[in-house]
Design a protein around this ligand. Structure first.
Ligand code: NI
Length: 253
């Protein structure tokens, strides 16, 4: 009963075997996937996957890497797409000051506009934040948005606590299995299982022992194993509770 709360199955790295892979996920115990959109074109390709497969849901939104060319017409288009019944969140949206692929001013502007869209539509948000922890948090607070997940959380335990206090979930993925994961291990140790979502971010962030290969939701088991080990509970409990958390956040029956 795994719930992959963040995947990119519309990515071109799945071109060759997308259909057979997605059809095999059930056998790997994957019951639900939220496919995250990242630019205007993936809003459409992600939603198409959600229409085709009953266990796939989609978000609508534009990643900070790609906001530099956005227009008000794009925002309007997002709003219309988000009305679809398989759309469960606005995302992935946020700030990325590590790559700076879009000017920071544009990142902040479009992050806020998409946060306000989520608020208007009463949808949770999927947040991407890199090297911009405090500013991401401050803009979320300013927007008034109270539901969402910080995908692939890389901040401090103190910040994780602040997000949890606000009602947000902490997204934990393959990086928890990496050698340098001390900070993320601390976060998983410190916060309750009822605030954690598991995710792959596939095709990226493949967990150990498959690091370097293409990621997919069948590798969620390595993340579940690691969380269970850190928290001293069974893998079943981690899978069950994180699935329940995601169903609550994304309002899936
Ligand atoms: Ni992603």
């Amino acid at each position: 009963m795994y719930f992959d709360s963040h995947a990119h199955y519309d990515d071109e790295r799945f071109e060759e075997d997308r259909e057979s892979l997605l059809e095999s996920l059930k056998e790997s115990g994957v019951d639900f996937v939220v496919n995250a959109a990242a630019d205007m074109s993936s809003c459409h390709t992600s939603l198409a996957l959600a229409e085709k497969y009953s266990f796939i849901y989609s978000s609508i939104g534009v990643h900070p890497h790609d906001v530099k060319d956005l227009t008000e017409a794009d925002l309007e288009e997002m709003k219309q797409l988000a009305a679809h019944k398989k759309v469960v969140a606005i995302g992935e949206i946020g700030l990325d000051y590590y790559y700076d692929n879009s000017p920071r001013e544009a990142q902040r502007t479009w992050f806020m506009k998409q946060l306000l869209l989520a608020k208007e539509l009463d949808l949770p948000v999927i947040i991407h934040s890199r090297e911009a922890s405090q500013e991401t948090f401050d803009l979320i607070v300013e927007s008034g948005v109270k539901e969402g997940v910080i995908h692939c959380f890389s901040g401090s335990y103190e910040l994780a606590k602040e997000y949890v206090k606000r009602g947000f979930y902490i997204g934990v993925g393959g990086s928890l299995t990496f050698k340098n994961a001390r900070k993320t291990v601390e976060v998983v140790e410190g916060i309750g299982l009822e605030h954690i979502l598991i995710e792959t971010d596939c095709p990226y962030l493949t967990p150990v022992p498959h690091r370097g290969k293409r990621n997919d939701s069948s590798y969620l088991k390595y993340i579940v194993q690691k969380i269970a080990e850190i928290k001293g509970v069974s893998e079943d409990e981690v899978a069950r509770i994180s699935c329940q958390n995601a169903k609550l956040l994304f309002r899936i029956g």
